[in-house]
Design a protein around this ligand. Structure first.
Ligand code: ZN
Length: 232
């Protein structure tokens, strides 16, 4: 059956189906002593002809010893690519992309360190994109409210009120806070949203506008050239 999937390398949404032999699943029984488990390897080759990179993940699932039905997913590892970071274009400052990519890489291994990088990245985005520099991240976020659209503001506001992230927004961004991988993931999601909504959209708007200006200029020149023979 075909399914929707977004490639982590080229970030292109595509449809992958078993007819293309792009998903391969393997099953192994690991242990019956402490319950029965299944290891499933999934290999997906990106259907985009310009990419064709492999994404590999491994999932350990506990199964019912009698009925062989799946009970729960015990572990899941993304083997390739190592990081779930989305590729962002290089007109976004390198430092921001580095912090974001590293935050993704260690989200599960060290959510505390990941959240610290994410908060630094968040502050870097607000400072670079909006030119707001106040010292504390909480003050910088408050200043943002008047400048940005209410939907984006609600997204930022919802993340800042989650568990320990919210409780420590007032502290220095370099302070290490105790968060779980899910909370670290929320910060990563927020960063991805802001990079897309601010940097990518601004760039694409600029491209469209300059395209429009060039088109108008060409039309103007064409008209002047058409007029010329009549004038002379
Ligand atoms: Zn791809």
């Amino acid at each position: 059956m075909a399914s929707k999937w977004t490639c982590p390398y080229c970030n292109r949404p595509c449809t992958v189906g078993k007819d293309d032999v792009r998903i391969i699943s393997g099953k192994n029984y690991i242990s019956e002593e402490y319950g029965k488990y299944k290891a499933s390897t999934q290999i997906t080759v990106c259907p985009n002809p310009e990419c064709r990179k492999r994404t590999i993940s491994l999932t350990i699932i506990k199964i019912d010893p009698h009925f062989e039905t799946e009970i729960e997913k015990v572990h899941h590892w993304n083997l390739l690519p190592e990081s779930a970071a989305k590729p962002f274009p290089d007109y976004i400052p390198q430092q921001l992309r580095n912090d974001y990519e590293e935050a993704c890489l260690i989200q599960n291994k060290s959510p505390k360190a990941s959240a610290t990088l994410s908060r630094r990245c968040l502050q870097g985005i607000i400072r670079d994109f909006w030119g707001i520099k106040k010292g504390r991240l909480v003050d910088e976020i408050n200043e943002l409210q008047e400048k940005i659209d209410p939907i984006t503001w609600d997204a930022i506001n919802s993340v800042r009120h989650v568990g320990n992230i919210g409780a420590h927004m007032e502290k220095d961004v370099n302070l290490i806070i105790d968060v779980d991988p899910e909370e670290a993931g929320l910060l990563i999601w927020l960063i991805e949203t802001l990079l897309t909504d601010w940097y990518v959209q601004r760039y694409e708007r600029q491209q469209r506008m300059s395209g429009l200006v060039q088109l108008a200029e060409r039309k103007k020149q064409e008209k002047t050239q058409q007029k010329k023979p009549a004038d002379s």
